[in-house]
Design a protein around this ligand. Structure first.
Ligand code: KG4
Ligand code: ZN
Length: 405
């Protein structure tokens, strides 16, 4: 099965084509289940949003509308499936009404979509997966309407996907990490036997969530951030240090020359629940930098020390809470996902602490480029939704900015 996947939940226009491997169309409990990324393209808007220090939803929507057709064409070219019609067929009146309704007040996008369907043939794709939430509502709608038009014109079934679940299931793409052999007898077993129950930590620019996963599609939200997400905290504190957006990777770069010497708070690290709070850390960084004379703050080493202290405070909270949940729920694995997992120090320290405190548990995380937003993970998630019978008619799919797992 070939899945065309689309994600426009935030500021990246992401489209991918994912294939499920041989002999695996019918069950998630199949040791032979494999995913192959045929193409995975992310068109970043970061340069546009950088001057505002964060993502501007209206701008993100406009950019998605500009990028979606070119990014789709690139994907289809990559899989050698961008085929022009021999003669361009006119769009009939009822098709035009559908297009007009989907792209109301979006004149330019409507015209581009119209031309696209006149000129290009349906590619060899069996399913469309599209993010319905959570995310920025205007941005979500651009991807959803685009997916709906494709589903209608090319008669391809469509399935909605939860972006948070997709960050978790991104772990199944690099299956070489996940042993499919029984650890005691060596026989082939399903990933289900190897993974669950699992604790999932999803940390991105918009989310910090701890989730207990008992099976595919069976999730319990244990805790989440009460204010800023971990990635948001890194982005905002990076801005205070004069670094560019997105701040997480900039902070990580700077920490290489710094040390964790400033005693910054680790909010809620010892709280009894699994919630998080990062806005206090941001405020502490603001106060700290206000106490330092501007001239001194230009010192690279000093800023590197602040960056290292911020990163360590975030890492300490994330690891402590996750391990606490892992112990309480006696889990087999920890699954990490989301942009902040691109951070190598976080992964390094996670492995070390897990070895010390939960030696029987195993940690998995996606390849770095599958931690940050991408559509390959949407394709994988769409496939699981398909196996669970979650196909929807395109008319019924709506953006759900606050969708929960
Ligand atoms: O998952 P993602 O690409 O988009 C959202 O769904 O939000 O995550 C983006 C977040 C940003 O806050 C960014 O600063 C952070 O992930 N991030 C990192 C790193 N790379 C991206 N944070 C820490 N270290 C990194 N290397
Ligand atoms: Zn994300």
């Amino acid at each position: 099965m070939r899945i065309l996947a689309i994600d426009t939940s935030c500021d990246d226009t992401c489209i991918a084509v994912v294939a499920t491997g041989n002999n695996c169309t019918s069950s998630v409990d199949n040791p032979k289940l494999r995913f192959k990324i045929l193409s995975n393209i992310v068109s970043s808007q970061v340069k546009i949003h950088r001057k505002y220090g964060g993502v501007v939803p209206g701008l993100a929507k406009r950019e998605h509308q500009k990028n979606l057709v070119p990014v789709l064409k690139k994907n289809l070219k990559k899989i050698k499936n961008l085929k022009r019609k021999t003669s361009s067929r006119e769009i009939n009146a009822s098709e035009d009404i559908i297009l007009e309704n989907l792209f109301k007040k979006e004149g330019a996008f409507y015209q581009v979509m119209r031309d696209f369907f006149r000129r290009y043939k349906k590619p060899n794709v069996d399913l469309i997966a599209v993010t319905q939430g959570p995310g920025l509502e205007p941005a979500l709608w651009s991807g959803i309407n685009f997916a709906k038009a494709i589903s209608y014109f090319w008669q391809i079934p469509i399935i909605p996907v939860n972006h948070i679940e997709a960050h978790i299931l991104a772990n199944l793409i690099s299956r070489s990490q996940i042993s499919l052999r029984c650890q005691s007898c060596g026989a082939a077993t399903s990933i289900k036997c190897q993974i669950f129950p699992a604790i999932c930590l999803v940390v991105s620019g918009g989310h910090t969530e701890l989730i207990l996963m008992k099976d595919y599609g069976e999730y319990k939200l244990l805790g989440e951030t009460r204010d800023d997400a971990a990635g948001e905290c890194l982005d905002k504190t990076a801005k205070i240090l004069g670094l560019s957006y997105p701040g997480g990777p900039e902070i990580e770069k700077l920490t290489k020359k710094g040390e964790d010497v400033f005693a910054l708070p680790r909010p809620m690290i010892h709280s009894k629940d699994y919630d998080f709070s990062f806005s206090g850390l941001k405020t502490a960084v603001l106060y700290l930098t206000k106490k330092i004379p501007t001239k001194k703050l230009k010192n690279y080493r000093l800023r590197a020390n602040i960056a290292a202290s911020i990163q360590q405070a975030v890492i300490d909270v994330l690891i402590s809470k996750t391990i606490k949940a892992a112990k309480e729920h006696k889990i087999k694995t920890i699954l990490l996902g989301g942009g902040v997992v691109a951070n190598s120090e976080l992964k390094k320290q996670f492995k070390k602490r897990l070895k010390q405190e939960c030696p029987l548990s195993i940690i998995h995380y996606p390849a770095t480029k599958l931690c940050t937003d991408n559509a390959a993970m949407i394709g994988v998630s769409g496939y699981f939704n398909f196996l669970q019978g979650k196909l929807r008619s395109w008319q019924k799919i709506r953006a759900r900015a606050n969708l929960k797992i």
